[in-house]
Design a protein around this ligand. Structure first.
Ligand code: IFM
Length: 446
């Protein structure tokens, strides 16, 4: 008999997804294109040349997916709303798109599943010229937030503005492996600033029409260890953490960026206006933390690394403790990173809004026995149980992800779902990890 980790009865159990990764229905009901549609259309950007046009066809199959969630025992569901589906180019409400989310939210409500919606999970409307490099995009985000608050707010008890703004800013504008594929260090910092401004303006807009929603943001903080004790490696690891953590958490708590970061943005700093940080620092009802792995850094070598101030050392691919995407399995990092953040910033109550593993085990004879993911989840949930028992205010956990889905630049080559998706037939098959979570969530301890 399996022994399950112990959590308080009030602890919330959920699964997470994002619009572009599962919905499909890419042109239905007046949906506009996003920068990820554009990115996918550029040759060589996505590993398997795929796109999000159909994905898991959740747009047409959401009833089946909600039933599946309920059968597996998930009582909470984190998903994202596609900005491109619910407002038109003028920023006006698009009723057909809003109706889709109202139907989804009604189905969740009927199954006793509480929604947690994210307003922006990277699928920026293509028509917003300049994207996050343009200050006006932050205002357009606030207009969009207002539409969602007015039209769907009655069904949304908990809402996050942004998911992992580090990815939009730095993978999208510095490393260039995510949409829009820009490679320019100062631009990535300007994008980060505008994303945080959008967060602040979005919360102000939402609260101007609704006061009964729990509002927050979802970050993917970094735990970066130095490759050695050498002073240059230690400094590099610190720079990686400043970029990933301080760039986003400082404005949330009305603090200026560290001097090293201000130096990197250079003359573009002029586009940050007096008063912006105070706008970013709206009260937070919760913070979502996404945790998958840790990083190792050493002193920069190339000119590009020197601009960043660090160089990442990827784990040796032969190591046995890696997930299929090559990320180190490091459960103690969940505790370490959370404590690091709490030591530096006065965080509100925490939800672990994503945690999971790429495990590409296929379906054999109708079952998918994803032992590596199972071990990953067991070790991370054992760690989490200790953290909660030790008094860290963590209120819930959402596994990433409900379904195998479009894994951004990796296309469909990496499977993060606890439910297998056969993309040819759209058949869903719960994996061993889903069955284990089902038992955990229904155990008397949970
Ligand atoms: O699939 C992504 C998700 O969209 C954001 N967080 C990390 C996941 C795995 O890479």
């Amino acid at each position: 008999m399996t022994e399950f980790p112990h959590f308080p009865p009030s602890f919330e159990w959920g699964c997470a997804t994002a619009a572009f990764q599962i919905e499909g229905g890419a042109t239905e009901g007046g949906k506009l294109s996003s920068i990820w549609d554009d990115f996918c259309a550029q040759p060589g950007r996505i590993k398997d040349g795929s796109d999000g046009l159909i994905a898991c066809d959740h747009f047409h199959r959401f009833h089946e997916d909600v039933a599946l969630m309920a059968d597996l025992g998930f009582r909470h569901y984190r998903f994202s709303i596609a900005w491109t589906r619910v407002v038109d180019e003028q920023g006006r409400a698009n009723q057909a798109g809003l109706d889709f989310y109202r139907r989804l939210l009604t189905a969740l409500h009927e199954r006793g599943i509480t929604p947690n919606a994210t307003l922006f999970h990277w699928d920026l409307p293509s028509h917003l010229q300049g994207g996050w490099l343009h200050r006006d995009t932050a205002h357009r985000f606030a207009d969009y937030a207002l539409v969602v608050a007015r039209e769907l707010g009655d069904l949304l008890p908990r809402v996050a503005t942004l998911n992992e703004p580090w990815c939009s800013a730095f993978l999208g504008h510095d490393i260039g492996v995510f949409a829009p594929g820009v490679q320019d260090r100062p631009s990535s910092l300007l994008a980060a600033h505008h994303l945080m401004l959008a967060h602040g303006l979005g919360l102000q807009a939402w609260r101007s029409v609704r006061r009964d929603t729990q509002l927050g943001i979802v970050l993917n903080p970094e735990l970066c260890d130095a490759a050695s004790d050498a002073q240059q490696d230690v400094a590099a690891a610190r720079m990686a953490e400043l970029e990933r953590n301080d760039v986003f958490l400082n404005p949330l708590f009305n603090r200026e960026w560290p001097a090293e970061i201000l130096q990197q943005i250079g003359p573009l700093a002029e586009q940050r206006r007096p008063g912006d940080i105070a706008i970013c620092a709206q009260p937070l009802d919760f913070i979502g933390l996404n945790y998958y792995t840790r990083s190792i850094a050493q002193a920069p070598v190339s000119a590009e690394e020197q601009r960043r101030g660090y160089r990442f050392v990827p784990p040796d691919p032969q190591r046995p403790d890696l997930t299929d995407i090559g990320w180190e399995i490091y459960p103690q990092g969940l505790d370490r990173v959370t404590r690091n953040l709490l030591a530096k910033w006065p965080l509100p109550p925490i939800w672990i809004t994503e945690n999971g593993a790429a495990d590409n085990t296929p379906v054999t004879d109708g079952t998918c026995d994803d032992q590596m993911r199972l071990g990953y989840l067991q070790s991370h949930l054992a760690q989490l149980a200790q953290m909660v028992a030790g008094g860290i205010d963590i209120r819930g956990y959402y596994v990433w992800s409900l379904l195998d889905n479009f894994e951004w630049a990796q296309g469909y080559t990496q499977r993060f779902g606890v439910v297998h998706v056969d993309y040819a037939t759209q058949q869903r098959t719960p994996k061993s990890s889903a069955r284990w979570l089902q038992q955990l969530m229904s155990s008397p301890q949970a």
